[in-house]
Ligand binder design. Structure first.
Ligand SMILES: NC(=O)c1ccc[n+]([C@@H]2O[C@H](COP(=O)([O-])OP(=O)(O)OC[C@H]3O[C@@H](n4cnc5c(N)ncnc54)[C@H](O)[C@@H]3O)[C@@H](O)[C@H]2O)c1
Length: 316
């Protein structure tokens, strides 16, 4: 399998940068559009096969320039959930309008588009009581869920009206190598490891009994890859999660066992506005059955791998 020319939006972010590393050897050229609002330029590998454009995905001229050159698009740029409640307009502008512009310009300017992969989120399930949650559910309560889900609708529109080859994955709490606290909005796994590193208290919002379905980065990347190459994925939406719930307190305990951080302090803080989800458990049988996606990492294996990476990088 070879990719021709690829556009990765948000390629300086956690998942985007790891995706670039994975597909670089099999890609002809990769264009990256990232405004570095939370991403790090250093996260992108150095290669003459990569063109980095420090710009917003809402810049139409940039899209007009890049789109005719690419056959594959991975749309990962986003304004995150924490920012969304503080600035609804930024969230809507980046996640919905930006997503719309990408679809529109892919339709208008791509000469031979093979796939438009959109990284959506299981945040669209809100505080569901339907566990495990399948793709046919939604409960929109936060701006981030609204803007990410609305972009899924536009993916559908472009697929049905213009046969644009779109595929959507709904990712659930991705963690692992590449996720760093250089992005202050990063996920809880990186935050807990960082507290170990700095010998600081580990902060839990709420009582820590809330669960999440943590997906290891390698498994998430494989899902992005599969939906990009498999014909069957066109026009489809797939959940990406493990079907295993881990409470935040158990996550912390496992990280502390792995790192030997037995003296650490836990600081319980009041829930934030975004902390509405009590349980997250994702049914990803659709992608497992249709595209033979496999979950290769349990939470313990994923955390071990993350710790190994942090040690190699001298970060713990
Ligand atoms: N990490 C997760 O657990 C998770 C879970 C569900 C869905 N997702 C989705 O996956 C995608 C990638 O997530 P991530 O964890 O790598 O996020 P991230 O915050 O690490 O990366 C997002 C990147 O987008 C860039 N960006 C923000 N606004 C931009 C704009 N207007 N123009 C260009 N670039 C812009 C940021 O600088 C950053 O590099 C996102 O779309 C997110 O919604 C992630």
């Amino acid at each position: 399998m070879k990719f021709e020319n690829v556009l990765v939006t948000g390629g300086a972010g956690f998942i985007g940068s790891q995706l670039i590393k994975k597909i670089l050897p099999i890609s002809q050229h990769i264009y990256v559009i990232d405004d570095l609002s939370t991403g790090q330029k250093d996260a992108i590998p150095t290669s003459d096969k990569i063109t980095f454009i420090k710009e917003s995905i809402t810049n139409k001229e940039v899209l007009e320039y890049v789109m005719p050159k690419v056959e594959y698009i991975f749309h990962l740029a986003c304004s995150n959930i924490l920012k969304s409640v503080d600035n609804l307009e930024l969230d809507m502008n980046t996640n919905l309008f930006g997503g719309f512009l990408l679809l529109q310009s892919a339709h208008n300017y791509c000469k031979n588009l093979k796939r438009f992969v959109y990284a959506s989120t299981t945040s669209i399930y809100g505080d569901t009581e339907i566990i495990p949650t399948k793709e046919n559910y939604y409960k929109i309560e936060l701006p981030y869920a609204a803007s990410k889900f609305a972009t899924e609708h536009y993916c559908n529109v472009y697929y049905h009206m213009y046969q644009l080859p779109v595929s959507v994955v709904r990712l659930s709490n991705v963690y692992g190598p590449g996720q760093t606290i250089l992005n202050p909005y990063c996920g809880v796994v990186a935050k807990f490891f960082e507290a170990v590193n700095k010998n600081q208290p580990q902060i839990i919002y709420g009582d820590g009994k809330q669960t999440r379905d943590f997906t290891f980065i390698e498994d998430a990347l494989e899902a992005l890859f599969l939906v990009a190459i498999k014909e069957k994925a066109i026009g489809q939406v797939y959940n990406i999660g493990t079907g295993v719930e881990t409470s935040v307190i158990n996550l912390l305990n496992e990280i502390n066992k792995i790192t030997g951080y037995t003296e650490g302090l836990i600081e319980f803080k009041q829930k934030r506005q975004v902390d509405i989800v009590k349980r997250r458990n994702i049914d990803s049988s659709k992608i497992q059955e249709e595209l033979q996606w496999e979950i290769n990492y349990s939470i313990l294996q994923g955390l071990e791998k993350t710790f190994q990476w942090l040690r190699e990088e001298n970060k713990v």
